[in-house]
Design a binder for this molecule. Structure first.
Ligand code: ADQ
Length: 451
C-alpha cells in the first residue's frame, strides 16, 4: 500500500472521469503496484467530496476525504506555512500555529484510519513525504504486525532549526513508527538521527535507531527519474524540431541559458536573475549574444509568500530587460505556466546551459531531466551545492548560489565551455543519472521493506 497526500489520478470535473497525474513517483510505482495488486491511499484533490474506492490503471485507488477548511489549515497552513520553510533551512520564517497543528494531526489520523480499514494481512505500507509524518506511528498503533516504510522527499533540517518546532517530539515519534525511514541525502539522515536521539529516548547510530523495543532502519535513497523515457523524448524528431524552433524564435543566440522550476522561494530564481545581470555587467560583450529562458510553473498561489516571490521575480525580469533589451530582443524570456513533457524536453534540448540554483532542495529532478535528454553529451549544468542532487552530480559546475559573483562567474564559464569539456562532464553525469533511475530508487526502498 502506498499512502501519499495525493492519489496518482485526478478528477476531471468536465469529463467526469479520472485521469492519471504524470510524474516520476507514479511511473515508478505503477508497475510494482500492478504486479502486487497494491492499493494507493490519497486525497482526490476535490474538497468536500467523498469518493468510493475504485480501480484505475490496474491499481486500487482509495480516496481520503478532506473538507475545504481542513485542507486550508492542514495543507496551505501547516504543510506549506510551517513545515516547508522550516525544512528548507528556514529561508522564509516558518509560522507556528496551534490551529494549524491540530488539523495536521487530524488529517494524518484520517489517512491512517483509511489505510488500516483497507489493509490486508500481509500488506506492507509505504508512506510518502512531509504531509504525513505522523501516519507511520498512527498505523502501527492500529495494525502492529505490518511492515511500514516512510520516504521524505524534502530535506530533514539540522537540529538547531528543527528544535524550534513546538511539536518536534510528536513529529519524530510519528516517523519512528516506521521500520524503514528513507531520505534523499546523507545529511538529512544524519540530521534526523541526531534530532531523534536528542529529542526522544531513541538510541543508536545514523544507520539504525532502537525505539520502544524495535529497530528503525535509516536509509539513504536518492530519488531518480525515468531516465530512458527522458532520453527517448530528447532524441525524438518532433522534440528536436521544437528545440530548433525555440532557438530560432530566440533569434539564434550564441548561447541559451534555461531555468525550470515550480515558482517557489526555495528555488533561488531571484539569485539567478541577479547573477545573470551581474554577468552582463562583468562581460558586456555577451549582451545580445546570450538569452535566458525562465520557465516557472504556478505553485501554491494561495500562500502569500508565493505571491510575493512571484511579483519580486517578475519585477526583476522587467528591470533587467529594461536595462539590456534591444527592441524585439529581451535577454530574459519568462514563461509562467505548466508544460507537457514533450514541450519541456524541447526546452531542455534548446538549452546550452541549465541553471539550477535552489537555496535548499531535497533532490531536484530538473537537473537530472536535463542531463538525461543530452544524449549527444552537449550542454553544461550549473548546480547549487544545496540541492540533494549535488551529492551525486559531481561533474556539474557546483556553486554556492548565495555568492552572486561566483554564480555569475560560473555562469560565464558554463556559457564559454568548450565541446571537449562539455562532453567529458556530460558523459559522467549521464552515467550517474542512468544508473540510479527512479526504478532503482523504488527497488532500493521496497527491498529494504522486504517487498
Ligand atoms: P519539487 O520541489 O516539485 O519536488 P523538482 O524535483 O525539481 O522539485 O521537480 C519538479 C518537477 O516539475 C520536475 O519533474 C519538472 O519536470 C516539473 N516541472 C517543472 N517546471 C515545469 C513546467 N513549467 N511544466 C511542467 N512541468 C514542470 C519535490 C522536492 C524535490 C524532489 C522531488 C522528488 O522538493 O527536491 O526532487 O520532490 O522527490
Amino acid at each position: 500500500m502506498v499512502v501519499a497526500n495525493r492519489l496518482p489520478v485526478s478528477w476531471d470535473e468536465e469529463s467526469g472521469e479520472w485521469s492519471p497525474s504524470p510524474g516520476g513517483l507514479v511511473s515508478a510505482l505503477t508497475p510494482i503496484l500492478q504486479r502486487t495488486e497494491g492499493l494507493w491511499v490519497g486525497w482526490s484533490g476535490v474538497p468536500e467530496v467523498g469518493f468510493e474506492p475504485f480501480s484505475h490503471s490496474g491499481i486500487r485507488q482509495v480516496p481520503v476525504e478532506l473538507s475545504e477548511q481542513l485542507y486550508l489549515d492542514f495543507y496551505t497552513g501547516f504543510c506549506n506555512g510551517t513545515l516547508w520553510p522550516l525544512y528548507h533551512d528556514a529561508v522564509r520564517a516558518p509560522e507556528f500555529h496551534r490551529h494549524w497543528w491540530r488539523p495536521y494531526r487530524e488529517v494524518n489520523e484520517g489517512f491512517a484510519e483509511t489505510t488500516v480499514a483497507h489493509i490486508g494481512s500481509d500488506d506492507v505500507v509505504w508512506v510518502q513525504d512531509y504531509q504525513l509524518q505522523l501516519v507511520p506511528a498512527m498505523i502501527r498503533e492500529r495494525a502492529k504486525a505490518h511492515r511500514i516504510g516512510f520516504y521524505l522527499h524534502i530535506p530533514f533540517p539540522p537540529l538547531e532549526l528543527f528544535a524550534k518546532l513546538p511539536w518536534r517530539r510528536q513529529v519524530i515519534e510519528g516517523l519512528l513508527g516506521s521500520d524503514v525511514l528513507a531520505f534523499q541525502s546523507r545529511s538529512s539522515r544524519t540530521n534526523f538521527s541526531v534530532a531523534a536521539r536528542r529529542l526522544t529516548e531513541a538510541e543508536g547510530t545514523t544507520r539504525e535507531l532502537s525505539w520502544q523495543g524495535r529497530e528503525v532502519q535509516l536509509q539513504v535513497a536518492p530519488i531518480g527519474i525515468d531516465t530512458a523515457q527522458f532520453e527517448e523524448l530528447g532524441r525524438a524528431e518532433e522534440v528536436r524540431e521544437h528545440a530548433a524552433h525555440i532557438r530560432s524564435e530566440l533569434d539564434n543566440p550564441d548561447s541559451v541559458i534555461l531555468g525550470v522550476d515550480r515558482l517557489d522561494y526555495t528555488k533561488g530564481i531571484d539569485l539567478r536573475m541577479t547573477a545573470f545581470k551581474t554577468l552582463f555587467d562583468m562581460r558586456p560583450e555577451m549582451v545580445g549574444k546570450v538569452s535566458f529562458v525562465q520557465i516557472a510553473v504556478p505553485s501554491r498561489e494561495d500562500v502569500p509568500e508565493y505571491q510575493r516571490i512571484r511579483s519580486e521575480i517578475e519585477g526583476m525580469v522587467g528591470r533587467i530587460n529594461g536595462d539590456f533589451a534591444e527592441v524585439g530582443r529581451p535577454p530574459i524570456h519568462y514563461l509562467y505556466r505548466s508544460f507537457g513533457a514533450e514541450e519541456l524536453v524541447g526546452y531542455y534540448r534548446a538549452a546550452d546551459v541549465m541553471l539550477v540554483t535552489p537555496l535548499r532542495d531535497g533532490m531536484n529532478l530538473v537537473s537530472k531531466e536535463y542531463v538525461a535528454t543530452r544524449y549527444d553529451n552537449t550542454g553544461a549544468l550549473v548546480l547549487s551545492e544545496f540541492a540533494g542532487a549535488s551529492e551525486e552530480l559531481h561533474n556539474a559546475l557546483v556553486v554556492n548560489p548565495h555568492d552572486v559573483d561566483a554564480l555569475a562567474d560560473t555562469l560565464g564559464r558554463a556559457v564559454s565551455m568548450d565541446r571537449t569539456e562539455q562532453a567529458r562532464r556530460m558523459k559522467a553525469l549521464r552515467r550517474t543519472v542512468a544508473s540510479k533511475d527512479v526504478f532503482w530508487w523504488a527497488e532500493r526502498c521496497l527491498n529494504a521493506l522486504g517487498v
